[in-house]
Design a protein around this ligand. Structure first.
Ligand code: ZN
Length: 466
């Protein structure tokens, strides 16, 4: 007798679609059975006509707790994630106060968030540099990295450009030292890659020009964050990978020129992985011109031909995983009334449409197999971030995570229906097809028809790197 039997569904694996029934017992996959096999279970779900994913992993999400709960906390962010089919997210160490940069801040964060999550979660640790944005000397945390690794963080995140006073950028020398220190552990270092000096100099020049219209300011913003700022930062980080042999992950690749650079590094044999995000695959700079502040992110949205070409690198495996880069803000930090493109928060409120959006883009618009999504949103993130063995594939003994998707059901993003704290979203009014009808975490349903179940708050567990 199984605890749960999901029958008649189409199981989506990275290698293809399998028509099978799946049984869960004690929170783990217990058996994969031929369709129609008589098997007893306490609860039976008929997934006829539905795709069933082995849980969706969001490898790049910002929950902002502790310290910036006015933007998002673990409860609000993870209930939105659960609603969108995400069963495990990997939370970023920044936009936290304190940032997650040593054993002490790990303990503080763990104590606060470990009983509040709707979905399972792992943590990124942070790497911070010695100088802040104003050039003031602080203290980097390179000596604390090994201790943080012992806490089970799945990767380390650094910025090549400043991210506020709490999270100073790392220099290439610090990138190199971090890679050297973490290489003996096989640990992964991910980087936000934009070259600050190029941005800063041109920003200073362009911001001085008076009388620019809102549209002209957006053009200036795009010009400042052009592909070369991203490209040269990635180039530098890849050189440090080359120099040390340490594992590198390039976060949120936005442009095919950057992806090509990474592809060549992988072909050379460097231990490099990379991700992109739904917004870089589905939207162009036209959305930024149309929506303004709500569509601001860095790197920014790119031109149509770049967006089309970026898909080639998802298909060939260069960009082997997709993260939402959900980066929440309070409404007044993100609307066009109180902010212009320069002062608006640079990040998108996107986690509540993570799988629905990717499903619509890949399966309906690009006519690709849902298997691609099982590869880039389940299996590869699990393997890259050390969660495989529990997450990422239909393997007996792995966590009984199941995400049921109705491929033909329509959805619409309405910002008043977002479960996140901020409600300003550049996706407001957007429609698509492919709706998450049930999210099951370790055998327990946590969301139905895009609505989270409040009684499952705190059911999510911390998952340490395996
Ligand atoms: Zn991010």
């Amino acid at each position: 007798m199984f605890d749960l039997l999901v029958k008649n569904g189409k199981l989506v694996t990275a290698d293809g679609i399998v028509e099978a029934d799946v049984a869960v017992t004690a929170g783990k996959y217990a058996a994969f059975l031929q369709r129609g096999t008589a098997a007893g279970a306490e609860k039976v779900i008929d997934a006829g006509g539905l795709y069933v994913f082995p849980g969706i992993i969001d490898c790049h999400a910002h929950m902002n707790e502790p310290g910036f709960e006015y933007r998002e906390d673990f409860e609000t962010g993870t209930r939105a994630a659960a609603s969108a089919g995400c069963t495990c997210l990997i939370d970023m160490p920044l936009n936290n106060d304190p940032p997650l940069i040593n054993k002490g801040s790990f303990a503080e964060k763990y104590a606060r968030v470990s009983r509040r999550s709707y979905v399972d979660f792992a943590l990124w640790g942070g790497i911070i540099g010695e100088y802040d944005e104003a050039g003031l000397k602080k203290e980097n945390n390179l000596e604390a990295l090994a201790g943080l690794h012992e806490c089970g963080v799945v990767a380390f995140k650094g910025f090549t450009c400043p991210n506020g006073p709490l999270f100073p950028a790392v220099s290439l020398g610090e990138v190199r030292e971090a890679l050297e220190r973490l290489k003996p552990y096989g640990a992964l270092c991910g980087f936000h890659c934009e070259e600050f000096d190029q941005i800063k100099r041109r920003e200073q020049r362009l911001k001085k020009v008076e009388g620019r219209s809102a549209r002209e300011k957006i053009a200036d913003f795009l010009e400042i964050h052009d592909v070369w700022t991203e490209y040269s930062a990635v180039q530098g980080v890849l050189d440090m990978c080359r120099a040390t042999g340490g594992r590198v992950h390039i976060c949120h690749v936005s442009h095919p020129k950057v992806a090509q650079l990474i592809k060549e590094a992988i072909a050379e044999g460097l231990p490099v992985t990379a991700e992109t995000c739904p917004h870089y695959l589905g939207f162009t700079e036209e959305l930024l011109y149309e929506k303004g502040a709500p569509a601001k992110c860095t790197p920014p949205l790119r031109k149509r031909e770049s967006v089309e070409k970026l898909w080639d690198y998802v298909l060939d495996g260069t960009l082997s995983c997709i993260g939402s880069d959900h980066s929440p803000a309070a409404d007044e930090e993100k609307d066009n009334v109180t902010r212009d493109i320069w002062s608006a928060w640079g990040g998108l409120n996107s986690i509540q449409f993570f799988l629905p959006l990717m499903f619509d883009l890949a399966v309906h618009q690009k006519k690709l197999s849902p298997s691609l999504l099982a590869r880039v949103m389940c299996e590869q993130p699990a393997k890259i971030f050390g969660l495989y063995g529990r997450k990422g594939a239909f393997v007996p003994g792995f966590d009984g995570d199941l995400v049921l998707v109705d491929p033909e059901r329509d959805w619409e993003c309405r910002q008043e229906k977002l479960y996140t704290k901020g409600h300003v979203s550049c996706f407001d009014g957007m429609k698509g097809k492919g709706m998450v009808v049930q999210t099951i975490l370790r055998g327990r349903t946590v969301a139905v028809d895009g609505v989270y179940l409040p009684e499952t708050a705190g059911y999510g567990q911390y998952i340490a790197r395996r």
